[in-house]
Design a protein around this ligand. Structure first.
Ligand SMILES: [Zn+2]
Length: 302
């Protein structure tokens, strides 16, 4: 039971068998992914990614890295113990928690689902490879994630590799789905670049939504009404913050181009991403995430 020896994010006996995650190798996801051809160029314009810049360059091609995901059948993901052991099951369990939380906050918003893929995937926003990192497609309203990304998040991008750094990523993408419902997502397309742009405000709101979920996550329940997660530890929150920092525009630009150019920002700085996550977490209230109307995106301290 020692956290240091074996971090147990999920309660070992929690039932995670109903999660909305599926393995969609080449597009065979839940509900089918009918895709028109020739949409390649639309991909980057329409999807909402975890971070900006040129993902292929940031991630160094991705494909040459041997995937080390366990590649389990999600049908084997039944309990919290499975989620603590396997990254795929952890994503499924996180979806159960996210759905439980957001369905309570916004009962009229349809839950989303996550497609776990390897290498490349077809979506209604076009074809995408793992190089773009995790993303949300507003057209089919699904989250797409190749879990080998977590190797890069920890390795090249510098997150700490804790379970909650991975769960933050999924929670951020779920936030985009909520924004698709509220209408906020459109401001990302309308005003895509700059330190106070619509895109940055949308991304920081998704971080804040991830924080609001985190602030409530230990109260989310499985279908039987059992709690899903252990109480979050300081290490869990530090893991999430390490990931939010790793995908900040300034951090990525520093790595990619050796200089920071705020006029091209689309996601906000490391400080801002951590700041808005913490605002969501500490308030545990998504109404505190109104990044679209604050005077400056630096106003996260309230
Ligand atoms: Zn995003």
């Amino acid at each position: 039971m020692d956290r240091e020896a074996a971090p147990m994010t999920f309660r070992e006996n929690a039932n995670i068998g109903s999660g909305r995650a599926s393995r969609g190798g080449g597009g065979g996801g839940r509900g089918g992914l009918a895709v028109g051809g020739g949409l390649g160029a639309l991909v980057l314009a329409l999807v909402v990614m975890l971070f900006g810049g040129d993902p292929g360059q940031v991630l160094g091609g991705g494909q040459e890295q041997a995937p080390q995901a366990e590649n389990v059948d999600l049908a084997d993901c039944q309990t919290g113990a499975d989620a603590n052991r396997s990254v795929d099951c952890r994503m499924q369990a996180t979806m159960v928690s996210l759905e439980d939380y957001w369905t309570a906050v916004l009962p009229d918003a349809e839950p989303t689902s996550a497609i776990l893929f390897s290498g490349s995937v077809q979506t209604q926003c076009g074809n995408a490879t793992s190089d773009v990192g995790p993303f949300y497609c507003p057209l089919d309203r699904r989250i797409y994630l190749d879990t080998t990304f977590f190797n890069q998040l920890q390795g090249q991008l510098g997150a700490d590799g804790g379970n909650f750094s991975q769960m933050y990523v999924l929670a951020h993408e779920y936030g985009h789905h909520i924004q698709n419902y509220t209408g906020a997502l459109q401001y990302s397309q309308q005003d895509p670049r700059g330190p106070e742009s619509g895109a940055v405000r949308v991304e920081l709101q998704a971080d804040c939504f991830a924080g609001a979920w985190a602030g409530n996550a230990s109260r989310t329940q499985d279908e039987q009404g059992q709690l899903l997660l252990e109480e979050l530890s300081r290490e869990d929150i530090e893991s999430a913050l390490s990931a939010a920092s790793a995908v900040g525009d300034d951090s990525i630009q520093e790595q990619m181009q050796g200089q920071v150019t705020p006029h091209t920002w689309s996601h906000g700085s490391s400080e801002q991403r951590m700041g808005w996550f913490m605002r969501g977490y500490e308030s545990a209230d998504p109404n505190q995430c109104d990044t679209l109307n604050v005077a400056s995106v630096d106003d996260y301290q309230g």
